[in-house]
Design a protein around this ligand. Structure first.
Ligand code: GLP
Length: 242
């Protein structure tokens, strides 16, 4: 695990992009594992800017997103499909048919989840972008999720819903109660992982991920056992590392 402590959000985003660009340059047909949340938006801005400058192309890439809320129409501004279109896909040359987000509206959610797992297995992720929840979750794999899990439906923890209420008019009752997420094993199958963490609210989770025991109590701690992980924090999120 390599850890970079950037001074602020913009430097964190740029450092993560520099690492990602190596993959994009070496493998134009890379499979990108993508994440939502406030944390990767700066990285996505770097990707868009560099694409607009003509330095990289996404026309041969495939993307596989980590997670999606259950029951939110894809047209809802806070569905993760909408988030990805708005913050990345609409601004680069990735083919819409090559972008994949779990189906949170399927009649049989677990069947759709199993198909998503099979798709990810058939299209191994070259670089997985991750944020981290304040409780150490990755994707929506909450504490206690088995490390050998695949795509599945999760009941969101109250704290996670509270953290995400800011996207839903600060009204926790509007935050979906369930989500579909790639499982821990699917994430660990990625060839490389870039995890970003920003802000004091993540400092404790970052310390547990890097220095704590490998335990399902902090899902991200499993990354200690992955052979190719880059963690990029800003100063506040890296506070307990020194
Ligand atoms: C959300 C997402 C995660 C994300 C995390 C942190 O619940 N499912 O993939 O990493 O929470 O979000 P943020 O970057 O907004 O702090």
């Amino acid at each position: 695990m390599i850890v970079i402590q950037a001074k602020d959000y913009d430097e964190m985003s740029l450092k993560a992009y520099e690492a990602m660009k190596i993959v994009l340059t070496e493998k134009p047909e890379a499979v990108l594992g993508l994440a939502t949340g406030s944390t990767p938006i700066g990285l996505y801005k770097c990707m868009i800017a560099d694409y607009k400058a003509g330095a990289v192309s996404y026309k041969n890439t495939t993307s596989i997103n980590l997670d999606e809320y259950v029951g939110l129409p894809v047209t809802h501004p806070e569905s993760y499909r909408s988030f990805m279109n708005r913050n990345l896909f609409d601004h680069i040359d990735i083919k819409p048919e090559n972008t994949h987000v779990p189906d949170g509206l399927a009649e049989d959610l677990q069947k759709a989840a199993d198909e998503y797992t099979a798709f990810a297995a058939a299209h191994p992720i070259d670089v997985q972008i991750l944020g981290i929840g304040a409780n150490g979750h990755i994707g929506f794999n909450e504490p206690g999720t088995p490390f050998d899990s695949h795509t599945h439906v999760v009941t969101l923890k109250e704290g996670t819903r509270r953290d995400n209420a800011r996207f839903f008019d600060n009204d926790i009752s509007l935050v979906p109660t369930h989500a579909v997420t790639l499982g821990m094993q699917d994430i660990m199958n990625a060839k490389a992982v870039i995890l970003l963490a920003s802000g004091a609210g993540k400092a404790d989770a970052v310390a547990k991920m890097i220095k704590g025991p490998v335990s399902t109590d902090c899902p991200a701690s499993i990354l200690q056992t992955h052979p190719n992980v880059l963690v990029v924090t800003d100063e506040a999120a890296g506070y307990y590392l020194n």
